[in-house]
Design a protein around this ligand. Sequence first.
Ligand SMILES: Nc1ncnc2c1ncn2[C@@H]1O[C@H](COP(=O)(O)OP(=O)(O)OP(=O)(O)O)[C@@H](O)[C@H]1O
Ligand SMILES: [Mg+2]
Length: 258
Amino acid sequence: MLATLESRTSTALAVQARDVVKIYGRDETTVRALDGATLQIEAGRFTAIMGPSGSGKSTMMHAMAGLDTIDSGQVLIGSTDITALGEKQRTLLRRERIGFVFQSFNLVPALTASENIALPLTLAGKRPDPAWMAELASVLGIEQRLTHRPHELSGGQQQRVAVARALIARPEVVFADEPTGNLDSRHGEALLGILRKAAHEMGQTIVMVTHDPSAASHVDRIVFLADGRVIDELEDPTVPAILSKMAHLEAPSTRIGE
Ligand SMILES: Nc1ncnc2c1ncn2[C@@H]1O[C@H](COP(=O)(O)OP(=O)(O)OP(=O)(O)O)[C@@H](O)[C@H]1O
Ligand SMILES: [Mg+2]
């Protein structure tokens, strides 16, 4: 018991979000996308973020990755307070320590798939490790598409290129916003396998948004968001446990009188 407690408290935190508020728009169109969200992500684990559409998942990922500024609160990557960094330093930190898979892929149209994958390294004046590039391409099933540009790829292929790009530099933390959203189950399973491997075998910290209970059952821990706040979590999730949480969280009216 004591040993369990000790190992838990000694787990390093890869990302911490404290009381994060993010407001979009002004006056009557104001949306509090994040409304005091507090969350800790343990290093070397595969964590999922789930919650209804519009609950703030993408906003939270962008805030944690330093892609967006926040209105109040604090975000730490390791021990670095990124909310205290200037734009230039944040860009550098992102380039060196973070990989991001956007919900909308964000591939560069003029570059081929392999150039897109190598981009985080190219920007840092480095070259990809050919063996790792080959393994990513093979596991993700995009070897035959590497010389093509994004407009010549299907949505699911673009998504897999975006995942390879986030993993190529082996960054400390990888954020993936619905990375299996456009994939069939075979490619989805392969992708989840490589994210799991990145966490458990390479010590990277992986944070994934998903709506899919089956995808979420591959992770170590799920954090549930609603209305811009963290409201629940689940360790070592199974599909039935996830479905049961989702049924409660997405139908608040059923809780009346509980
Ligand atoms: N650029 C923006 N301008 C104004 N409102 C925004 C902007 N981006 C997001 N929002 C609003 O903030 C809230 C949270 O959006 P967010 O994209 O984080 O949700 P989400 O949980 O990722 O949803 P989904 O599951 O549909 O991707 C929503 O109400 C959304 O309409
Ligand atoms: Mg989203």
